[in-house]
Design a protein around this ligand. Structure first.
Ligand code: GLU
Length: 420
């Protein structure tokens, strides 16, 4: 077995480390172990884009397909300057495990382009998206691999991907992506789905720990689609949001922040900073505040060996993918922090992506309340399956989620056999 020393900084190493821990506990045979440890396909593309000033720039992009054992590959596409192939490989595998945890019939994939969206114009982003789509065209499709939004991509980007794919197919293929605008075959409730899933699992965790006697206090890192929706829904549910942050920094008020007013403020000011009656703190400080629950919803490796001992929250509910490193996991567990791991906590997004894909293929669209109630059902069932697994096998919740997922994927791989 390979030994990794960089699990604190390399997301792929961290994913493989966690996979190894779970695989050993499951006594996965050597063949299955090798089969599931690596992706099925890694695609790298160099994407030429004409910039608005007339220059040509080449952007590097990836799409990694980890597994299609349980169904089409599924996963978002992120646009960010620090995207790496290892990161995308890790996130692709995490999508396989995530889809298996919530038991939807998909495998896992992830895409990324190294670029800096805030510095690009809408026209440049559109040309980048369309050319990238053209370069991965033969590898995606409703039956093969279905992209979705992730960091710095949104409904508009999905509409461009859908249109580019459709122009080549010579017909409108809505089911090639999820997270589309509702008018273009998107699902009601998809935009809120990840944040709503976080609320639902957080609520289950609070009940499980008998913390229902007073409104829980919550600190949220990240105020993008996931963090801001989680904040809004938790605030509406009576939770006391004491701190939030965005890329510029954080704000804190131990008496609670009015999220409705904050959303109006960020709509105008594009940052949480400067919101009245709050103290300015750093992004790192948000993680270490006294609170009942911490919801990291920004990016990976935020909670690591150095700051994990300072975490005071009783519950860690991971909105982001991979916010906690393996060494931090050990420290948090020793300190009795109850973990709702990413592949469970943030699986609401891909769950409603599945509902969207079903609706597109069916050509029949559901009411928002039906989407929401099915999402609730899936998240509550999955939470109890993971926690039940943890109790039965006496492992932490992350290992339990990995074990549950790997077991489900391994089972179908065994049934399908190895085609030679
Ligand atoms: N990017 C989201 C995630 O990491 C959603 C993926 C999807 O809906 O396919 O789970």
């Amino acid at each position: 077995m390979e030994q990794f020393t960089d699990t604190e900084t390399n997301l792929f190493s961290a994913m493989v480390y966690r996979f190894d821990v779970a695989a050993q506990k499951l006594n996965l045979g050597e063949g299955l172990y090798k089969f599931l440890r690596y992706p099925t396909r890694e695609i790298s593309v160099y994407v030429p884009v004409l910039l608005d000033d007339g220059r040509l720039e080449i952007f590097k992009g990836f799409r990694v397909q980890h597994s299609f054992a349980r169904g089409p590959c599924k996963g978002g596409i992120r646009y960010a300057p620090d995207v790496t192939l290892d990161e995308i490989k890790a996130l692709a595998a995490e999508m396989t495990w995530k889809c298996a945890v919530v038991n939807i019939p998909f495998g896992g994939a992830k895409g990324g382009i190294i670029c800096d969206p805030p510095k690009m114009t809408p026209g440049e982003l559109e040309r980048l998206t369309r050319r990238y789509t053209a370069q991965i065209l033969e590898f995606i499709g409703p039956e093969t691999d279905v992209p979705a939004p992730d960091i710095n991509t949104n409904e508009q980007v999905m509409a461009w991907i859908m249109d580019t794919y459709s122009m080549h197919a010579r017909r409108t293929v809505t089911a090639v992506v999820t997270g589309k605008p509702v008018e273009l075959g998107g699902s009601a409730g998809r935009r809120e789905a990840t944040g709503r899933g976080i609320l639902v699992t957080a609520r289950e965790a609070i009940k499980k720990l008998d913390m229902t006697s007073k409104p829980p206090t919550v600190a949220i890192q990240g105020f993008g689609n996931v963090g801001s929706t989680a904040a809004r829904l938790m605030h509406a549910d009576g939770y006391k949001i004491v701190a939030v942050s965005d890329i510029h920094g954080g704000i804190y008020n131990p008496a609670g922040i009015n999220i409705t007013e904050l959303l109006a403020f960020t709509g105008k000011n594009k940052t949480v900073l400067g919101f009245p009656n709050t103290e300015r703190i750093s992004n790192a400080e948000v993680l270490e505040l006294p609170c009942d629950m911490l919801v990291p919803s920004a990016t990976e490796n935020q909670i690591h060996a150095k700051n994990a001992p300072n975490i005071k929250a009783r519950i860690l509910c991971e909105g982001a993918n991979g916010p906690t490193t393996p060494q931090a996991d050990v420290i948090l567990q020793e300190n009795g922090v109850f973990l709702v791991p990413d592949i469970l906590a943030n699986a609401g997004g891909v769950t409603v992506s599945y509902f969207e894909w079903v609706q597109d293929r069916y050509g029949y669209f559901w009411r928002e309340e039906d989407v929401t109630s099915r999402l609730h059902e899936t998240m509550i069932r999955s939470f109890h399956e993971v926690v039940g697994f943890a109790e039965k096998f006496k492992v932490d919740n992350r290992t339990a989620a990995y074990m549950l997922a790997i077991d489900r994927v391994a089972h179908v791989v065994k049934m399908r056999g190895y085609y030679a």
